[in-house]
Structure formats: structure tokens, C-alpha cells
Write a protein that binds this ligand. Sequence first.
Ligand code: ADP
Ligand code: ZN
Ligand code: ZN
Length: 724
Amino acid sequence: MSIIRVALDVPLSTLFDYVVSEEKQIEIGQRVLVPFGRKQVLGIAMEWAGSSDLAAERIKPVTRVLDDVPPLPQDMLTLLRFCSDYYHFPLGMTVLSALPTRLRALEPVKLKQALDYTLSAAGRALDVATLPKRRVVQQRILQALREAPLSGAQLRNLSVSAPAALKVLLEAGWVEVCAPVPRTAHTFNDAHALTGEQQQAVDAVTQQQAYGCFLLHGITGSGKTEVYVHLMHEMLQRGGQVLLLVPEINLTPQLENYFRSRFPDVDLVSLHSGLADGERAQNWLKAQSGEARIVLGTRLAVFTPLPKLSLILVDEEHDPSFKQQDGLRYSARDVAIFRASQRGVPIVLGSATPSLESWHNAQSGRYRLLKLTQRAVQPATLPIVRCMDATQLPLQDGLSEPLLTAIESRLQRGEQSLIFINRRGYSPVLMCSACGWLSECKNCAGKLVLHMKDRSLRCHHCGFQQRVPHACPTCGDVDLKPVGIGTQRLEEALQRRFPQARILRVDRDSTRNKGAWSTMRKQIHDGEADILIGTQMLAKGHDFPNLTLVGVISPDGALYSSDFRASEKLFAQLTQVGGRAGRADKAGEVIVQSAFPNHPLFQSLRAHDYESWAKTLLAERSLAGLPPFTFQALLSAESKDEQSVLKFLHQASETAVQIQSEVEIYGVVPAAMPKRANHHRAQLLVQSDARKKLQAFLRIWKPKLDTLPSQKIRWSLDVDPLEY
Ligand code: ADP
Ligand code: ZN
Ligand code: ZN
């Protein structure tokens, strides 16, 4: 009889001991069913135990060993232990949260056998040209299958309506399923000769035979993707696997399709939260078996087993979506760096506007800096950026005359304009002109946003919604005025001004339905829209070659925000959104309307000078003793009862002070959003000038926090927080 220690999804920092009878074979990393309380739960066998603290008769036996899929490899277990230690999150929950849902279920994984699709004899005999013209997608599928059998995933990438079209073709008997075709060849569609700078970047990374972290700083349109593609090609030739992490919003079928088109017969899988459970498990297992050679994923993909891992790429490494905001609050970029060093492989962080953390590391020599300073396509140049003084210009629904004139000239030339505003809805608040009443959420410390489509007031924090009142609830006056500008108001104003223009609004409201965003993206590409109005959703993603004007409306909030990262984020957003303009042969123009047109941020933006801006910010951060010069952990608590929150945090603060340590302990303060969905929220920040010191402190503090009375409250500890 031996004792095995098992990781379980329970909020305790320990592993749990179980006995294994002689006839059961268990390997470390395997999934097991064990009794826990009155239930059977799923766990992961983590290690053998020489002995147990429990009395022998109290140790229960393992119920069942699931050997349907291979065990988690040792390096994954090490990675997860590291994450649990570093983020001070229970090991069991860390391990289980890294698994796809199907692998967390109590029963063996049943996967649909993945089948490929091919043309039937009838399909081969069919003359595609005889199909009605409007059945475009069906034609596209038939054409593609003429080349080779394709997987369901590959077909879905042809079009959003591919599944429906495929069904028709299967029913017509033109297409049939076949056993999966193994993909062994490595065709590489080498689209471009690399520029000198691109080649240098590729060489630097491919010569790196061990761990090394590279920061690829390339202006928008400089061809970072092309560098990734060439690096992938090299690693595939060496027989390796490549992991490419991208921000949440960037992982679209188009992007996946793009990489497939460059490596048509290489097995590529994607991993993100939008996949169905079965597909996600299947893709994960393909990565684990080494069969999938390219893994494209969002932050959760950093926890994919990859036996032949030879390179990690993190695109838009500055993007906040790499940080998980609940449960295990990990930064996928930082975990990726740990993983690369653990496995002794290079990692490339790419961005036009690197995070200050990464930039600082590149300056100090911890990372190697690779630069792409030119746009890859000649004669594409960077757009001209103009900042208008919004206090000196009359504004109509937030729009200045010079901006309207610029839009008009684009309409006349048949080019596209994009108006960027980071606020959805009609206007951010409704006000009574008689008494000054403002539409406030009764559950949150925020305002209710006016939505015109259904005449509602909505809270963007808790979802509370009510009809627009006819009169002021306080004084009864009927003169209620929308204050401020949101996407819907811009849409209405622009439509009034340019009645013939085709306007497309892209925000969370207009893209809520599945497939809506990809349909819109296609409309933009096909030139079916003249003016785009959008939030940050539009700032990222792909080239819109016909887009030559970007207007930026009131970005000023970020300049004087209480969040010290707000101006770093704004610069990144404006650089990205500006980078959408004038990518092809047409020069682009960016018009920013701001009350502070001479702010250093705009000066650097005009000069396309990330480096000078980063220098300014780093000097400020250094002076203020903020990251990346210091390291932080944030303890947050919330409850319906404000006193409980404060009591918990004050106790936490006292225990922190009692620990003799050089870590700075700040006061208990309200969160940036002090009340949300009827919960009062407050926090306590601790900070140190060295990561090691902070970690040493947290190792003592966290177990003490676990023992504090915390009825009625929810609390969490966030290491390297991005949100406060
Ligand atoms: P980034 O990701 O740096 O913003 P992209 O990788 O999207 O830039 O490249 C911008 C454009 O330049 C794309 O249309 C791409 O096909 C093109 N491109 C990239 N590298 C080259 C090259 N070496 N020669 C010609 N065109 C290139
Ligand atoms: Zn009033
Ligand atoms: Zn609310």
C-alpha cells in the first residue's frame, strides 16, 4: 500500500493523502477519482508520499484512476507549483483551473473522433461553375476540397457560414467524411523577402539555443507577424512546437486562417475560452501528444502541455487581457517567460508599445531588444497625427468642424474613416437641468448610461437597467439632458450630418450576438462601410487597407486618472488605433481632439516616438516609486456590509505590520470603484523594491490572512496587480 498526494479543487493550500491499493497503477500527473467529504471528486496525482500525518485508518483509498488520456507531464506540474507559490493561490485550485473542463469532469473523456471532409465521386464530377452564383460559401468549400481533404476547423475558417454550407453539401452527397489525413509535410508559403531588420530579428532568435527573452519592438505595420511566421518555420523544421499567445480580442478565425494559409499542411490548433468543451479538450490533447505543431491561444493556452516546445511568442505583450482578473490572477506573459526559462527555449515578446515592465527589462539588459523601425510595405508611411484644442473649437455632439471636414473628404474619395471613443451607449449620464440630479446606479458608485435604442438607463458595472424617466425623480422637471458623448450619440450625429454615409458602430452592444463582430469585420474589408465608430475593439486586429482617417474623441480622462497606468494604456491604444490608418498605399491621418493638445503624451504620439514617451513615464514612475521600479500585491475585499470589509482589512494590515519586513504597507482605502452591485469594496496595497522581499513577506502573510475571520466577505490577493 502506498500513499499518494492529490491536488483537489478546494480552497486549501494543501494536497490530500489517499492510499493506492496494489492492483491500481497510478502515474504522477494522472487524473484520479477520490472521496472527499460525502462526494467523489476529481483530482490530479501530484507526488508519492513516504508517510502521512493522518492515522492509517483515516486515509481513504483512491476510487478510480482515469487512464483515458496521458498524465500531465512533470514540467506542467512544476509550472503549476510555481504559479501557486508565486501568486499565493491554493495549489489544488491552480492545478485544476489549468485543465480544460472536460478533463475536470468525473468521467473519462469521450471525444468525437475528429474526421476530415473530402469530395465524394459525385463532388469530384461536379462542375462548381454550374452552382448558383449566390452560393459562394458552398463554392469556396468545394474549391478548397479539390486541393486536399480538410478538417472541420479548417473549413470553419473559410467562412462564418461554412457549417451551414457544409451541411447542404453533405446532404447533396458531394462531400463525405473520411479518416483524418495525417499532416506531415511542411509546406511554407514564404510570402515576402524579409527586410534587413526583420532578418536580424529572426537570426537573433534562431541562434539562441537556450532560454533568452527578446523584446521585439516594432512600429505598427513593421511586419512583426512576418517575423513570427519565419520563426515558426525555422522551429517546425527543427521538429519543434511553437506557442503563440495573442490578446483575447485578436484571436479570430481570420488570424487562425492566416497562419493556416502560411503553413497549409501543418497541424495547428487554437485554444481559447470561446471553444466548445469538446473541441478545447481535443486541441489540448493534440498539443500534449506533440501532434499539433503550432498552438495559437489566449492567456489560458500558456498552460498547455507541449512536449516539443521550442519557442514561445507573445504578441501585443502589453495587452491587459494577458492578466487574469479572478481566481488564479496570473499574467500569461509572465508565466510564459517562466515557462521558457524552465524549458530552456527562447521567448519573443512583441509590441509597438511595450509595457513599461518589459521596456525597463530591455533597457537594463535582462531582455534583448530587437527593433523594427520601418513599415514593411513601401511606400506605406506612418500617419500624420494632428492634435486639435477641443477647448478652442465649437463642438457638435463632440465633433469639431475640422474633423467633420476630414471625414467628408474621405467620403468623397471613397475612403474609410474611423472614430474612436472609449465609451459605449448614447451618453454617460443623464442630468436634470433644473436641480442637477444625475442618473446614478442604486447598486454601484457609478452613473447609469443612457442607451437610446430602447430608451433605457443602464449600469455598465452591475447590469441594472431601468426605463428613462419622463421627469426628474427629485424635482419633477421634464428637462432631462444627456451629458457627454458615447458611441451611439456619435453614430446619430454623423448619420444626421452625412445621410448617405454607411455607418458601422462597433462596440460591446452592437457585437453582442455571436458572429456579429466577424460579419462586421468582413463588411469593413469589403468596403461596405464608410464610417466606423468604435471602442477599443476596433483599435486592435487586422489591417483595413482603405482606412485613411482616424478621429479620436475626448481621450483626456486618462491623462489625469487616479490609475497610474491610464496614460501608458492610452498611448498604446492611440498608437494602435492610429496604426490602422494608411497601411497600404494611402497616407493616413489621425486627428485627436483634446483639451490638452500639448501634453507630452500627444507630443510623443505626433512624433511616433514611443521611446521618448517611455522615458518620460519611467522617470515619473521612478520618482514616485511605482512599478516597474517596485513590486506590488493588492489585497481586496468586498461585502454587502461595509464594516466587515474594513474590519477584515484593518486586521490584515495589523498582521502585516507585525511581520518584521522591509515591505511598505499602505493604508486601507476604498477601491477605484468603491461600491459595485451592492458590495462595498476596499483594498490594502503592499509594495517592495525587490520581488524577492515581497515574496518572502507574502509567504508569511498569506497563511495569516487565511486564518482571519472573514464571514460575509470575499477577499483576494493579487500579485503584480494591473487593476486597483
Ligand atoms: P505589425 O504586426 O508589425 O503591425 P504586420 O505583420 O501586420 O505588421 O505587417 C504589415 C504588412 O506588411 C502586412 O500586410 C504584411 O503582409 C506586410 N509585410 C510584412 N513583412 C513584409 C516584407 N518583408 N515585405 C513586404 N511586405 C511585408
Ligand atoms: Zn431635477
Ligand atoms: Zn450598477
